[in-house]
Design a binder for this molecule. Structure first.
Ligand code: PMP
Length: 284
């Protein structure tokens, strides 16, 4: 695989980063994941806007323009022959020269890494046809979940706990209410109404979420942005989650309670179809 590192396209085994890199030592890095369908990047502008916002919130600087980011995405997709898959992008605060809590001096170049992951069945994911099962866990992450940092240890622990329990993923709960999934935004469906938590620093502002709510409104669905409990979700007609890499994924079981008939509901299935259609149309 050819990867991008600080201006160079390199075989992955030749791409090396300093042991003093802030991303490695302090988790001081932000990232984005975009999907590729038909060799094109989905939701490019949204992901770039969020990347810029994450960097601003952390006073991190990177000179690359959106055109340059796009050119790198396209070059990697071409060089690696990606038709369906993901592009991972990470910007860290760079090589600090030594271990130090303080940020390195202004002008220290960030470390920029991008690589592709081929996923031949991304759009046609068999899991979307059967739905997934989740467990709930307390949300023990930090309180700036709106910043997309690489501090993913707790989400990793949560996914391992879910796997150990024989389930697919975890939903986080704080103060009695669901915040989001371990790597996705979550929704419940009641009749023609979709309920999802409102935006705040408590959750990541999903790019897929923003588009999905727009498409749902255009399809005359009612949307309520408010917190909900696990109990309310267990009594809903349907549940699903969204993320750039899974699009719209039906959830059929929460903490051992089966939702509805135990198979993906019509609203999630329809939204997945609409989402895939629309995002393919706007891919670049
Ligand atoms: N919440 C969290 C915690 C995530 O990690 C992700 C995946 N990036 C999302 C939500 C979904 O965001 P997006 O739709 O932009 O992928």
């Amino acid at each position: 695989r050819i990867v991008y590192l600080n201006g160079d396209y390199l075989p992955e085994e030749e791409a090396k980063i300093s042991v003093f890199d802030r991303g490695f030592v302090m988790g001081d890095a932000v990232y984005e994941v975009t999907s590729v369908l038909g060799g094109k990047v989905l939701e490019f502008e949204g992901h770039m806007a969020r990347l810029e916002r994450s960097m601003n919130e952390l006073e991190m600087h990177c000179d690359l323009t959106r055109d340059e980011w796009l050119a790198i995405h396209r070059e990697l997709i071409a060089r690696n022959g990606i038709d369906e898959g993901l592009v991972y992008l990470q910007v860290s605060r760079g090589n600090a020269g030594d271990r130090d809590f303080h940020y390195p001096p202004e002008g220290t170049p960030p470390t920029v890494v991008l690589y592709t992951q081929a996923k031949p069945n991304l759009a046609d994911d068999p899991k979307a046809k059967v739905g997934i099962k989740v467990i709930s866990l307390p949300d023990l992450r930090w309180h700036r979940r709106d910043i997309k940092t690489v501090q993913l240890l707790y989400p990793s622990m949560a996914k391992m706990a879910a796997e150990k329990a024989g389930k697919n993923d975890a939903w986080f709960v704080e103060g009695g209410y669901v915040t989001e999934g371990s790597s996705n935004n979550v929704y419940i469906v009641k009749g023609n109404k979709i309920v999802t938590r409102h935006l705040s620093e408590d959750i990541l502002h999903g790019i897929t979420r923003a588009s999905l709510l727009k498409y749902a409104a255009e399809a005359q669905m009612e949307i309520e942005e408010r917190p909900f409990t696990i109990e309310e979700a267990q009594g809903a007609d349907e549940a699903f989650f969204t993320s750039a890499s899974a699009f719209v994924m039906p959830v059929v079981e929460i903490d051992g309670v089966t939702l509805g008939a135990g198979s993906p509901g019509p609203v999630a299935a329809r939204l997945r179809e609409i989402y895939l259609d629309e995002s393919r149309k706007s891919a670049v």
